[in-house]
Structure formats: structure tokens, C-alpha cells
Design a protein around this ligand. Structure first.
Ligand code: GDP
Length: 315
């Protein structure tokens, strides 16, 4: 039975990935900060621990001997990375390097090939000179989150050079009803549901002009699995190729609950505007399409609709 090790199991992507690997018959092990089983992941063997505890994770990996490792653990919110830049550097940067070294040591100790996927981010491109971005676009992060992810991305390439099947999946924003409410999409869909129910009148947001390439989270998990199992390892940009503004997202979410004059329901509060914020991140995922046969399966409108519907049910 193939064996996988996941960090970041309690996050959106971790839960979808665990479900998928369990369905495929994998023996799934995961590192978790809490010993509470995640509601989405029955059947996963949880190992309590912190990714920054490199020695503990190293002995765990040698003991488990996984075939596939997915590093999804991160301080996942860019907004939070401004408040805790040093913690972000430790978790998103240094700990990823610790895990790469552990993967290589596990491979050398057990003699079994390890396939490693680093969940990287479009934030490594920051304010790119060109749009859309691909694997050759220079790294130019503009926030602590992007800079830490850029370090882990570069080190993934270094370990590939040392004989590890190491892949950096450069993921653009990907959403689902499991997205936590500190992300703008879920904040908007939860707000739209509350307005539809007559429980709120406004959604308070920051920069409405920022453009992001929003896709469906399980599609991005699919890209990571395909990259892990591909014949050779390389880095992949993963996104839909279509950028939309925060304003577009609000209009679609409120439109879904029958509100056309959405401007009346949005307030801009400068405290939600970030010190520096990429203005336009859009993916050119040609390589993933050609080499992995990957493609996004859910449209922007459908993602917004599914998220609003889930929030309407949840209220
Ligand atoms: P990110 O792209 O990984 O930072 O994901 P987010 O969902 O947190 O933010 C996406 C974009 O929405 C960024 O450009 C934010 O500046 C913008 N944005 C505008 N208003 C808000 C808000 O109220 N909350 C968040 N999280 N983002 C906002």
C-alpha cells in the first residue's frame, strides 16, 4: 500500500488531499498541531507535532518511510504574515527546508524513492513585470509571506539537484467552502449570505482593485498529486489563467443572492488595506496542462455560487 505524509492537514488543501489519497487506498500519515481528528479526514494517522521541530519530523519521516510527501503547512494568510513576519519566515521558509532535508535522509535511509511536493504560491512573483506569469517569471515578492515562500521554492530546486523528486507547485489563489473567513473570498460569500438573510447590511473590505486568479481548491490538489507522480520533477505554475478583481468577486457573490446594486452593501476600511499588495497575479499554466494533463474544472461563477450556497446553508 503506498504511503503519504502530509503537513498542514487541518487546512483547506490538506483536507481535500487527505480525502483523495484515502479514496485511492493510500496509507495517509499527517503532522498535526492538534490531536483533534479533522472532520474531513477519517482514516488518517495523525502525528502530533510542529513542523518547526525539525528533529521530531525527521525521525518521524524515517520511521514512516513515505512514498509521497506534501508540504502544505504554512502561515497561510498574507495579512497575518505582516503581523508575524519572523514566525512566517520560520514556518513557510526554514521549516520547509528542514522537511526537504528530512525527505532526502528518509530516501537515503530506507532506499525507497520519495516524491516531494512543496505548496508554493503566486506571491513569490509579488509585483511581476509581466502577466500572466509562468515558471520562468523572476521572483519578486513584496510581503513576508511571499519572501518566505520564495526561499522554500528555491530550496526545492536545490534538493531536486541532490536527487530528490522535488516539485514546487506555484499555486494561485484557490477557494472552496472550506476556505477560512480571513480570506477575502470567504469573507465576501459569508457576508453575502448574511445580507441575503437580513442579518447584515454591509461587507467591510480593503483593496477592491486587487486582481487574483481564483480557482477551485480540489483542482489544485489534483495538480499537486499529478506533479508528485509525474515521471520527472520540475516546478509548475497552477492557475486558471483568468484574473478577476475583488470588486468582480463581490458583484458575483451579491448577484448570486439577487442583489444587483452591490455598491450599496460594501464599505472600504483602510485598516484592511495592506502595506504592499500584488495588484495583478494571473497564471500561465501551459506547462502543467501539457506535461501533467491538468486543467481547472470549475468556472469562476460556479466557485462563487458554490461558496455562497454553502454559507447560506451554514448560517
Ligand atoms: P492572498 O491573495 O493570498 O493575500 O488572499 P486574500 O484572500 O487574503 O486576499 C486577496 C486580495 O483581496 C488581496 O489583494 C487583498 O488585499 C484583497 N482584499 C481586499 N479586501 C480584503 C479583506 O477584507 N480581507 C482580505 N483577506 N483581503 C482583502
Amino acid at each position: 500500500m503506498p504511503r503519504a505524509f502530509i503537513t498542514g492537514i487541518s487546512g483547506q488543501d490538506g483536507s481535500y488531499l487527505a480525502e483523495r489519497l484515502i479514496d485511492e487506498g493510500y496509507d495517509v500519515h499527517a503532522l498535526s498541531l492538534s490531536s483533534e481528528p479533522s472532520p474531513h479526514c477519517p482514516g488518517v494517522v495523525l502525528h502530533r507535532g510542529d513542523l518547526t521541530d525539525v528533529d521530531r519530523v525527521r525521525s518521524l519521516l524515517v520511521q514512516i518511510g513515505p512514498d509521497e510527501i506534501y508540504n502544505l503547512a504554512a502561515i497561510s494568510s498574507v495579512a497575518r504574515s505582516w503581523q508575524e513576519p519572523d514566525l512566517t519566515a520560520r514556518v513557510n521558509g526554514l521549516a520547509a527546508v528542514g522537511l526537504l532535508e528530512s525527505a532526502l535522509q528518509a530516501q537515503e535511509t530506507t532506499g525507497r524513492a520519495v516524491r516531494f511536493v512543496q505548496a508554493s504560491s503566486a506571491e513569490i512573483f509579488g509585483e511581476p513585470a509581466t502577466s500572466p506569469q509562468d515558471e520562468e517569471t523572476p521572483l519578486r515578492p513584496v510581503n513576508p509571506y511571499g519572501a518566505a515562500k520564495a526561499y522554500a521554492h528555491l530550496m526545492t530546486g536545490v534538493y531536486r539537484g541532490r536527487g530528490l523528486h522535488a516539485v514546487s507547485a506555484i499555486l494561485y489563489n484557490h477557494e472552496s467552502p472550506r476556505r477560512p473567513a480571513q480570506f477575502v473570498t470567504r469573507k465576501i460569500t459569508a457576508g453575502a449570505a448574511a445580507i441575503a438573510r437580513g442579518e447584515a447590511d454591509t461587507i467591510t473590505l480593503g483593496n477592491l482593485d486587487a486582481r487574483r486568479d481564483w480557482g477551485w481548491a480540489p483542482d489544485y490538489v489534483d495538480a499537486m498529486v499529478r506533479a508528485a507522480r509525474a515521471e520527472s520533477a520540475t516546478d509548475y505554475v497552477v492557475g486558471t489563467g483568468v484574473g478577476r478583481s475583488v470588486r468582480d468577486f463581490v458583484a458575483a457573490a451579491l448577484g448570486h443572492v439577487g442583489i444587483g446594486d452591490w455598491e450599496r452593501h460594501v464599505r472600504v476600511d483602510p485598516t484592511f488595506v495592506r502595506p504592499a499588495d500584488p495588484s495583478d497575479l494571473t497564471a500561465d499554466a501551459t506547462l502543467a496542462r501539457e506535461r501533467l494533463g491538468w486543467r481547472p474544472t470549475v468556472s469562476f461563477e460556479e466557485i462563487v455560487g458554490r461558496m455562497v450556497e454553502a454559507d447560506l446553508t451554514a448560517i
